[in-house]
Write a protein that binds this ligand. Structure first.
Ligand SMILES: Nc1nc2c(c(=O)[nH]1)N[C@H]1C(S)=C(S)[C@@H](COP(=O)(O)O)O[C@H]1N2
Ligand SMILES: [Mo]
Length: 421
């Protein structure tokens, strides 16, 4: 079977296992992708596995957990670890992680960009159980008190259909701080499509960094470059996923390989002059989950409708969420509540008292601000306004990455007055 046939078969099987997802249009017909089927996903803090999006390019490896090994290299004592060793020889931890595909909201770009046309469906929050990366690297002789300017380069075990091995580099400081080699999601064994038997989880960072089916952890002085892995005679190459894809750049640009960046904060790179930023930590974002726009809503006996949703900001905290019920003419502070973990979204709620005599339509918007006072922009630039992006506008970029505009995510709801009995 060629890749497009296995991709179709794989997608069908995933949709069967995950009734809360739907297939998403992939312009280039290359990825296996399913996304959250309903905005109701964003009215809850924990995303059931059945509603968690999936995204990858290559075939899912046919993995046998007993035979799987994770290589640890670039340290004093290189090691080969079995799943048994990972499970039993190190501490077990759980981390909450809001995983957002860097291409979430790509479908809102005009002109359209290629690849997967996500709307708001490629974001989810799960609790991942596994082994801290720190414990493994320390055991392999790494001085974990000295992470200055080094990187952790992680190799995926998915067979590279087009020769490009799935390799991602993250700053060693982040890896040692809170990253996990996960073998469970929401207390259940990892399903194949989420990285069985083991995947990296990088809390609060775009999904692309969380390498599935981990083969190797390598401590490196720079991000992966052509020198990191000997480009073999086997036709495999190692830098595409770090440097070619998942970078924010205007049309018709081939981003160059950089060895390092002055900051991993995606937004800081964008406004701070880093050439073609890397999509590392997630930009501030929010989504309304209820009402979901799929059915008419009626105020309760006190005339109230509760608007609920989620807001996240990568490594930063969410400081504020505002809600508008009149398409952005006026804004009201929402309450933040519920679980509060680094790297995971917060729930928000706002009590709306619509003033109604007859059935009406309203456009609900939410916009979040992070602790560093960065607020979601209103819209995505309609043209390539790169370098000259007005305030309150997110730059249109060729890969459609890291967009966090609030207007395209507005939800139109039909409200009918409560009938007096
Ligand atoms: N090995 C490997 N890891 C990967 C990918 C991949 O194609 N291969 N896709 C990445 C992308 S783009 C995303 S958004 C997340 C999605 O993780 P999920 O499918 O578990 O939701 O996995 C990341 N890890
Ligand atoms: Mo992604």
């Amino acid at each position: 079977m060629d890749r497009s046939e296995t991709r179709m078969a794989e997608t069908e099987a995933i949709l069967d296992r995950k009734p809360g997802t739907r297939a998403v249009r992939d312009e280039d017909d290359r990825y296996t992708v399913v996304g959250a089927a309903s905005r109701r996903t964003f009215a809850d803090w924990l995303t059931p596995v059945e509603e968690h999006f999936v995204c990858h390019r290559n075939d899912i490896p046919d993995a046998d957990a007993d035979a799987w090994r994770v290589q640890v290299t670039g340290v004093d004592d290189d090691a080969t670890l079995s799943m048994e060793a990972l499970r039993t020889e190190y501490p077990t931890v759980a981390v909450a992680h809001t995983m957002e595909c860097a291409g979430n909201d790509r479908g809102q770009h005009d002109p359209e960009t290629g690849s997967v046309q996500w709307e708001w469906d490629a974001v989810a929050t799960a609790v991942w159980t596994g082994t801290p990366v720190r414990a493994v690297l320390r055991d392999c002789g790494l001085d974990v008190t000295d992470d200055a300017d080094r990187w952790l380069t992680v190799v995926g075990g998915d067979p590279p259909a087009d020769g490009d091995v799935y390799v991602k580099s993250i700053p060693l400081a982040k890896a040692l701080d809170d990253c996990v080699l996960a073998y469970e999601i929401n207390g259940r064994p990892l399903p194949p499509e989420h990285g069985f038997p083991v995947r990296l989880v990088v809390p609060g960072w775009y999904g692309t960094n969380s390498v599935k089916w981990v083969d190797e952890l390598r401590v490196t002085d720079t991000m992966v470059t052509d020198a990191t892995f000997a480009d073999g005679d086997d036709g495999r190459t190692y830098t595409y996923w770090q440097h070619g894809a998942y970078r924010i750049h205007p049309a018709n640009v081939e981003p160059e390989v950089q060895e390092t960046v002055p900051t991993a904060d995606t937004w800081d790179q964008l406004v701070g002059g880093v050439e073609h930023p890397y999509t590392f930590d997630e930009n501030v974002m929010s989504l309304v989950g209820h009402p979901d726009g799929e059915s008419t809503v009626t105020p309760d006996e006190n005339g109230r409708i509760e608007i609920r949703g989620v807001a996240w900001a990568g490594d930063d905290r969410v400081a504020r969420v505002e809600v508008s019920t009149d398409d952005g003419d006026s804004w009201h502070d929402a309450d933040l509540y519920g679980p509060d973990y680094d790297g995971a979204w917060r729930l928000f709620a706002y009590t709306w008292r619509p003033d109604l005599d007859a059935e009406a339509t309203a456009t609900l918007l939410s916009r979040a601000t992070d602790e560093r006072d960065r607020t979601q922009p209103a819209r995505i630039a309609v043209l390539d306004e790169w370098g000259d992006v007005p305030d309150d506008v997110y730059p249109w970029n060729e890969g459609g990455y890291a967009a966090n505009a609030y207007r395209p995510n507005g939800v139109e709801v039909q409200v009918s007055p409560r009938r007096s009995e």
